[in-house]
Ligand binder design. Sequence first.
Ligand code: ADP
Ligand code: ADP
Length: 225
Amino acid sequence: TTMIEARNVEFSFGSTPALRGASLAIDAGEIVAVMGPSGSGKSTLLHCLAGILVPDAGEIHFDGARIDARSEQERSALRRERFGFVFQFGQLVPELTAAENVALPLLLGGVRRAEALRTAHGWFDRLGLAGLEHRRSGELSGGQAQRVALARGLVAGPRVLFADEPTGALDSLTGEQVMDLLVTAAREQGTTVVLVTHEPRVAAYADREVIVRDGRINAPDRVAS
Ligand code: ADP
Ligand code: ADP
């Protein structure tokens, strides 16, 4: 069954078209890599699917319901309750500890502080971060910070995890460790993943690759034979 879908989505930044009729349906539990050249519309597609941007035309469907026509407040609640996010630069709050950063989505969702921190701590072993719970985020290495960001993206049990170049700031070995953890955790939880990347080695972790070109989605190229 389809978890999240873009139907003929168009979006322009002023007079710059970013999406020109993009359609993509992603099954529940599927991990899809969105590839394509810089400026082709990958991030814009992710932002439309996640209800951050509202398409100029076309529709976004999540879990059987159309979401793009909802109010900003309703889309914001949907993002908080059903979606998780990981970006290229972890965007952790540097003054907070690693565990406090992971707990943030739970605190925003109304979970009490002690319980939120307890749940957050549970992610540290899983992601190879044991012992770093009380470290200030600003003092973590790049790979540690991205794993903390991954824990934060998954801690509230999202239906869909949106990952925009999650390894883009890491060396390739560290990036592969982060992808291993991301895919393992997503599979364990049955989380659907929309992964934007321009790195084939990162896309190889997905079940399926799609390519965005000039604001439209193509099937992957076949090698001519
Ligand atoms: P990608 O993620 O594939 O690099 P983007 O979705 O970021 O592509 O961008 C698609 C197009 O939209 C590009 O031409 C880009 O310059 C333009 N664009 C993206 N964000 C903005 C913005 N905030 N304001 C104006 N143009 C933008
Ligand atoms: P990515 O494509 O990895 O998301 P970019 O470096 O393309 O990152 O863009 C970083 C930020 O700048 C994004 O918020 C994007 O929307 C914005 N942006 C991208 N292109 C433009 C543009 N031409 N004009 C203004 N903002 C842009």
